[in-house]
Design a protein around this ligand. Structure first.
Ligand SMILES: Nc1ncnc2c1ncn2[C@@H]1O[C@H](COP(=O)(O)OP(=O)(O)OP(=O)(O)O)[C@@H](O)[C@H]1O
Ligand SMILES: CC(C)(CO)[C@@H](O)C(=O)[O-]
Ligand code: BAL
Length: 321
């Protein structure tokens, strides 16, 4: 990549929107990478994908915002890792990021915000249980948010879809890039953009992994050595199941409309037909049951479970890379 150059840091919504409009008036494509910060090579690969997707002159914007509305009060908002100065250095080193949008807060909190209790432990999101005249407008992608991460994190995808829509309205990008590590999230954003007529091209970018195969993820810093080993075992098992079924069963299993209806996520054409069969579902269910103690062991080891399924699975997606 090119020589380091400092991105402009923008904190204000109106200033961000004005910045994007100026760039577009100059004939640039505004390409957007939303993140929650504590950046690693996975995030930087999205920046490269954004640069590659712009045919002509580009204005690349990265947002760094830990969105409270995707965290339930039982989750880890308070301990989410951050290193803003380090993030800026990494983005500057890419030489292609023109602006970093890092707002202090994107929500109207209202007067009914729940106060901290005597021990100082108030609800830390979902928007501190906002009510009254606080934020009350939500986007739900009703079918795709069911299952997988949606099962263990009940407010997660509602918060993601809502904040991404807010960010799209503020940044007004032409292109936005999301990682396939968060596969369900990527599919949900694509569906929201289609259903609500956002004039934005969504790009899904491939998973970047550590040398041992674990998908890079900001929260990996919270994993102990033992937890990491358990996650890697799970990743190996899933990879084995994938290859076993995709090689030996695929030809006879495609085109079953009945099984394709069972989960909206599994109807994406990029997923192997093998995984739609009732037989492979039984196998996966059995494996999940056998592995549950180790998965729960990993989840229980964190200060604020539940964790995301993809982190448990080492960022496994279909097909594995
Ligand atoms: N290893 C990776 N490969 C590709 N994309 C990634 C990777 N890690 C994160 N991304 C993408 O970067 C974007 C921002 O993600 P985020 O800031 O939540 O980081 P994260 O590493 O996914 O954090 P977390 O540990 O909370 O999942 C998302 O679109 C996500 O899918
Ligand atoms: C898309 C996102 C930035 C919304 O907060 C977040 O869920 C993430 O980083 O994957
Ligand atoms: N990359 C997903 C963000 C989250 O887990 O909240």
């Amino acid at each position: 990549m090119a020589a380091p150059s400092e991105p402009e840091v923008i904190r204000d919504k109106a200033a961000m929107r004005a910045w994007s409009r100026r760039r577009r008036a100059e004939g640039k494509t505004v390409a957007f990478v939303p993140t929650m910060g504590f950046l690693h090579e996975g995030h930087l690969s999205l920046v490269s994908a954004a640069a590659a997707a712009c045919a002509g002159p580009a204005a690349i914007v990265v947002s760094i915002y830990v969105n409270p509305s995707q965290f339930a009060p039982t989750e880890d908002l308070a301990t989410y890792p951050s290193d803003f100065a380090g993030d800026l250095r990494k983005l500057a080193a890419t030489g292609v990021v023109a602006a970093v949008f890092s707002p202090p807060d994107l929500y109207f909190r209202g007067s009914a915000r729940r106060p901290a209790d005597a021990s100082g432990n108030g609800a830390i999101s979902c928007l501190d249980e906002a009510g009254g005249d606080g934020h009350e407008t939500w986007i739900r992608v009703e079918q795709l948010e069911k299952g997988l991460c949606g099962s263990s994190r009940p407010v997660f995808f509602r918060g993601v879809a809502t904040v991404v829509a807010k960010l799209f309205n503020i940044v007004e990008p032409d292109i936005a890039v999301f990682g396939k590590k968060d596969y369900q999230q990527w599919r949900i954003i694509c569906r929201m953009v289609r259903d609500l007529d956002f004039a934005i091209e969504i790009i899904g970018s491939e998973i970047v992994r550590e040398a041992d195969g674990l998908a890079m993820s900001s929260r990996n810093v919270h994993l102990s050595c033992g937890e990491r080993q358990k996650v890697l075992h799970l990743l190996k098992l899933l990879t084995f199941i994938y290859f076993f079924f995709s090689r030996s069963r695929r030809p006879s299993l495609s085109g079953s409309s009945r099984s394709r209806r069972s989960s909206p996520l599994l109807t994406q054409p990029s997923l192997p037909a093998a995984l739609h069969s009732s037989r492979s579902r039984c196998f996966l269910e059995g494996a999940r049951w056998l592995l549950l103690p180790s998965v729960e062991g990993v989840a229980g080891g964190f200060s604020s479970p539940p964790r995301k399924a993809h982190t448990m699975a080492g960022g496994f997606s279909f097909p594995p890379r």
